[in-house]
Design a protein around this ligand. Structure first.
Ligand code: NAP
Length: 256
């Protein structure tokens, strides 16, 4: 394998069928990257890919064979955005759901590790690789009802920090992006499709958009090669880390 690849290089974005991943794929394509996107919902993924001229490939990051099949189709890679993941449930520990927690570890921790392991040779061969992990403020500021997701994102954070150290001296940068509330399908997935519970998360405040996070990722990966953005915490003005959110009262005159 040689490092030769056209344009800005190849960028892989996992979990690009919606939310932050889709926005990041769009932004990177606009910035001149040759984008390869992966997710489980191929119809949704293809819709995103078609518009921006990206390559869409099926990917389930919880499945090693799927990760290997995906990565075998990507001989060149300069940037890997490990975005696929999410949360399930907000139950207290006394009622925690083992399957939900297992999925969160699989997607947010092992999925990141599998993708990174599979693409490291290509990232290194190009002579200027970059691994981005979409973590969360939940990865360093735990909250009641969040233990499973908190533990998973703490795991992703430990992974990112270790990777950064292990790759010192090699031509691969490592960046963690830690957003607060972003209005995507995240809460809908977390609450099993309950739209009322999902929209209540953002009630009375202005959350980040997926494009805001894509913008931060695009900034981090466009610094000169000798600059490593180790971590970037990005919150809405209305939010201070995981536990403090400023919510405006509904306007009593609204609708009059
Ligand atoms: P989203 O709209 O639900 O997007 C999640 C994406 O991950 C989807 O494209 C989904 O695609 C993909 N995905 C889930 N499981 C997967 C798997 N096993 N294999 C491959 N792809 C998988 O939510 P989002 O907010 O954009 O979330 C993106 C990342 O940001 C996640 O890691 C999340 O933890 C993190 N984050 C979100 C927020 C927030 O408030 N929204 C805050 C901090 C961090 P398929 O279902 O088609 O596979």
């Amino acid at each position: 394998m040689t490092g030769a690849e056209p344009g800005n290089g190849t960028a892989v974005v996992t979990g690009a069928s919606s939310g932050i991943g889709a926005a990041t794929a769009r932004r990177l394509a606009a910035d001149g990257w040759d984008v390869v996107v992966g997710a489980r919902r191929l119809d949704r993924l293809r819709e995103v890919a078609e518009v921006i001229g990206a390559r869409a490939l099926p990917l389930d990051v919880t499945d090693t064979a799927s990760v290997e099949a995906f990565c075998a189709e990507v001989p060149y890679c300069r940037l890997l955005v490990n975005n696929a993941g999410g949360a399930l449930g907000r139950d207290p520990i006394e009622r925690f759901d083992e399957d939900g927690w297992r999925w969160m570890y699989e997607a947010n921790v092992l999925g990141v590790a599998r993708m990174t392991r599979a693409l490291l040779p290509a990232l290194e061969a190009g002579g200027d690789g970059h691994v981005v992990v979409v973590g969360s403020i939940a990865g360093f500021d735990p909250y009641a009802g969040g233990a499973g997701y908190n533990a998973a994102k703490h795991g992703a954070r430990a992974f990112t920090r270790v990777l950064r150290q292990e790759l010192l001296g090699r031509p691969i940068r490592v960046t963690e992006i830690d957003p607060g509330f972003v209005e995507t399908e995240f809460s809908l997935v977390r609450f099993g499709g309950d739209e009322g519970r999902a929209s209540a998360v953002y009630e009375g405040m202005t959350p980040l958009t997926a494009d805001d996070v894509a913008d931060a990722i695009a900034w981090a990966v466009s610094r000169p090669s000798h600059v490593n953005v180790d971590e970037l915490v990005l919150c809405a003005r209305d939010q201070y880390l995981a536990q403090r959110v400023h919510r405006r009262e509904p306007d009593p005159d609204a609708g009059r």
